[in-house]
Design a protein around this ligand. Sequence first.
Ligand code: ADP
Length: 752
Amino acid sequence: MNSALILVVEDDSSIAEDIRNRLKGMGYEILVVHTGEDAIRHAGEIAPDLLLIDINLQGNIDGVETAAYISSRWDIPLIYLTDYSDETKLEESKATSPMAYLTKPLKDRELQINIEMALRRHRIGNLQKASEEKYKAIFENSRDAIFCIDEQGTIVDVNHALENSFGYKKAEVMDKHFAEIELAIPEMKEEMIGLYEKALAGKLNYWVYSEIIHKDGRRIFIESCHDPIKLENGKRGILVIMRDVTRRKEAEQAIIERNELLNAQNEQLRAIEEYSPEAVARVDRHHRHLYVNAAQAKSTGIPQDEWIGKTSRELGFPKDICTLGENAIDEVFRTGKAKRLEISFPDGQSFDSILSPELDTEGKVKAVISSSRDITARKQIENELRQSREALRASLEASPYAIGVMNLQGIITYVSPQTIRMFGYENVEEMLGRNLSDFVAETSREKTAHNFQEILREGISRDTEYDALKKDGTPFAASISAAVIRDVSGKPISIIGFTKDITDRKRAEEEEARSRALEELDRMKTALLASVSHELRTPLTSIKGLASTLLQPDVSWDHQTQQEFLYEIDQAANRLTYIVSDLIDMSQLEAGTMRMENMPIKLSTILNKINRQLTTATQKHKFEIKAAYDLPIIDCDEVRIGHVITNLVSNAASYSDEGTTITLEARRAGEKIEVSVTDRGIGIAQNELERVFDRFYRLETGVTRRRGGSGLGLSICKGIIERHGGKIWAESHEGKGSRFTFTLPAYKIFDD
Ligand code: ADP
């Protein structure tokens, strides 16, 4: 490589020119200058590869001074040109470390060899310097402590990392035997020397793990490597690189402990899996079983060891179930996420399985663990429940009853299709959310409200009739049976009602009642005819007989006898009048045409008005009135009620002996007035007590026959009292007397 640039410094122009030509001929690039100043200036600018300089340079600065200056500034190899030997100059020039001295006149070969040698040595020197620098940099900047130890075991160099890593200053170890320094553990001395000798022989080509003592007293773990080297003095030695691995050791220890813990946990998990009541299996990505627990073996009837290494398919499980399972396993392997699966076998056995990924240390799925619970019983119950729900739904829909469910506030929450039809609605939505009262006619609202309370109280109510209301407002007769629906704790949550349209039944009942009424009327007419014909005939016969007797032309009756006959006729006519008026009253009551002229009145006022009749009727008896002082005012038809009282008093007189006492009592009974008539007469047999109020009913005793009567009196009384909203009844002891009592509601000033 001849392209080197050479700076030639020569004051003799002809020699300079000669050198230029020769060097050019050798292929070098040349710059020739004649003074030291020029040389210094150009050396900085062109950075020549070599300086060829005349040692005896003329001018301000000579060759040695120029070379010394240049060498101190730049790293340029130097060759001196000499023509005579000036010993002092030569001595001076040595300090500038020239590569060679060439004596003029120059020989070509000598010139070229020396130039080439100088260039080469300079290059090598540079390389060496660089590698030394590099080594030094590594040595000083290393984070590992580096020791140089000579053949005697003395530490000849050590870097700064010693202090950083282990706390010792360089001076503390320098020039000491490596096994004697503080850092070394005394009981390991022999071992260290053994290692050292091995290293010196070049046989320790592995990392050594041992312990040393840190300056702060701790024993710390180190790793070190030992290599034989040639020391600066050319002798053998070793280089020890030492590193603190306590952290790593601790980390390793932690990993070991964690692994032990994991293993212990895994052991526990295995034990849990093994004895779990759930069937547990572990499968690989080829669906082969790595493990199954006792429960899985038991539920399938396949022993635990027979599973291992086999797929469900190989074990003969149904194909479609295997496919389902395999797809799920593949998915868990793919996604790393757990998956839930429900499996039903053809024999009805069902399992609820959870497939979860088992991860390796890198977080990859290494197996899938399936844990399955036998849900056959639950499934069966669910099925039965579904069936019974279905059956319930079907029966609700097929039922002829209108079925509705409402909550405890009476809000409709369910209606059956029949309900929609019965109440004339279009669809379910129209009915849901409405209140029960929307489906009840005004006339029955109060009744249904009571019924609702009764259901809540009693839990059930049967066949309550009411007037239901269609969507278009038409009422219809209905009957409802209802029951409370309770939650598991027995708390009522809603009410289910079964409604029947009873319009037809009602009509039939009315029809029947009407025909019964007609029959009754018929029977009554017959009885009336029989009774009336008899009862009318008796007075008529006596009227006719007495009148005919009086009218006999051939007999003349004295005044007294005439008067007696006329009195009898008058009495008989009275009886006829009573009978006829009773008949009229009766027929009016029957037909519902009897008019009541109610007004608020005191009982005493009524008694005053009928005083004469009462006295006449009881003139042969002792008649007494016992009235309480706090009697309420009553709302009644005074004439009719007067009639009732007269009737009861005259009956009492008729059926008791003369001279006995007849008592009329009146008292308040809550919101009512109670009036009774008591006699000490013949009384009435217990079994007849009810019937005395029947129409035309008469007890055929001697007294009654003697007295005569239509048998209508008490039934008219009953009709009148009931029309007033009161009650009438009889009590009696045969042979001792009777008591007839009636009640009437008190007059309410404010009708609440
Ligand atoms: P009558 O016109 O026959 O009195 P009622 O309807 O008044 O008709 O009475 C029906 C029957 O009740 C009477 O025939 C009688 O047998 C019986 N009866 C009514 N009042 C009394 C009484 N105070 N004591 C006993 N029997 C009575």
